[in-house]
Write a protein of this length. Structure first.
Length: 376
């Protein structure tokens, strides 16, 4: 009689209160295939870490890559915004923003507030997850109350659309106990000596299976992915473009989650997550290189122009920290006085570096090359 390695969910319509505690058995991930993928994912991530850490101005990455990560992660939850609307909203953060762009910017704020929280506390705790969820959803809500009959249903328009695919654990005490187990698994690297990338894949499934909140669990879990990598010092700052892979392979992502709960198929799930890390590490590496090389090329172009710009290095550096720039941004940052800022931005439009856009009576200057790179 074969040994049961993982107790699966016997009925997807009944709360999975017997969701197994972590860690999972080593036999579930100790395979030649997984360790081959692990090596490739680690190499790609290490290359990204080496590249990003050499960039003096991390704002080049913080305000560009993270905006796209926020946009794509929100799109997975069917929250859509255009690049123009998002960049305009980001450049106008002090004004009233509504709609999908506001939701995307909440995700980005959660990305950074959670990162800063972990920098201070040094470890994951329940407050970290609750704060993340509350920031994303702009709510004071917490762990799901006992009375909620939460189910996960299949999306799309196929024959199984609308059918229950999974019912998470129910009961505040049960959810809290399972979160405590997950948090201990994340923090204790002495007792649970598992490679960090394998641990990430296992922990991401566990968080989604616990499904501790009414809503926003998917986005919270994807922010957590990036924070885990920075907390374990596999990344300096949270810039991995991980949600792009999940969106492009959305069916495989949800199939992988169900594969664990219904068949105990950890191999395919972990392989999926390792492929996601490898692929997005390579994409982000290339994107960073293109941003930096384009910035340097434009700076040289501006320096050679007979129209002299005072402190062109600072100007071009600023223009690559976000796609839309306003005169006010350069003034508020102390870079230039208002008339000088306007004059320089208009000159850069004449040089085809920027494009001036008028939206609702306000003037914005679009960095054409940065916009192109981020849109790919």
């Amino acid at each position: 009689m074969s040994k049961i390695l993982y107790k699966i969910n016997p009925d997807r319509n009944i709360p999975w209160n017997d969701l197994p505690s972590l860690p999972i058995r080593e036999e579930l991930y100790n395979t030649v295939e997984i360790f081959g993928r692990l090596g490739e994912a680690k190499a790609a991530l290490a290359r990204l870490l080496g590249r990003s850490s050499l960039i003096p101005n991390q704002g080049l990455l913080i305000n560009t890559i993270s905006l796209q990560e926020a946009k794509i992660s929100s799109a997975i939850e069917n929250i859509f915004t255009t690049d123009d609307d998002l960049y305009q909203a980001y450049s106008d953060q002090n004004t009233e923003i509504s709609g999908a762009s506001k939701e995307v910017l909440r995700y980005r704020e959660a990305l950074w507030s959670g990162y800063n929280y972990l920098q201070k506390t040094g470890q994951f705790d329940k407050d970290y997850f609750i704060r993340l969820f509350q920031e994303i959803k702009q709510t004071n809500d917490g762990i799901r109350p006992d009375f909620l009959n939460t189910t996960i249903k299949q999306g799309g328009s196929g024959p199984n659309a609308g059918q229950v695919s999974y019912t998470p654990p129910r009961g505040t005490n049960i959810i809290n106990n399972k979160l405590d187990n997950l948090i201990n698994f994340l923090n204790d690297d002495q007792q649970y000596k598992i490679d960090h990338l394998l641990k990430l894949a296992i922990a991401h499934f566990q968080f989604e299976a616990i499904h501790p909140f009414r809503d926003g669990n998917g986005r919270t879990g994807r922010v957590f992915n990036i924070h885990y990598l920075t907390q374990k010092r596999l990344l300096d700052v949270p810039v991995l473009f991980l949600s792009r892979y999940i969106l492009d392979h959305k069916d495989d992502y949800y199939s992988g989650l169900m594969g664990v709960s219904q068949r105990g198929n950890w191999k395919d799930w972990i392989s999926f997550m390792l492929r996601a890390i490898e692929s997005t590490s390579n994409i982000t590496f290339d994107k960073i290189n293109e941003i930096v090389s384009t910035k340097d090329s434009i700076l040289e172009f501006v320096k050679k122009d007979p129209r002299k710009f005072r402190n062109p290095e600072r100007l071009i550096e600023f223009l690559f920290t976000q796609p839309f720039t306003k005169v006010k941004h350069l003034v508020d940052s102390g870079t230039y006085a208002e008339n000088t800022a306007r004059d320089y931005l208009n000159k850069l439009c004449e040089m085809q570096v920027l494009e001036k856009k008028t939206i609702d009576g306000h003037h914005y200057y679009l960095n054409l090359e940065l916009y192109r790179i981020l849109s790919k």
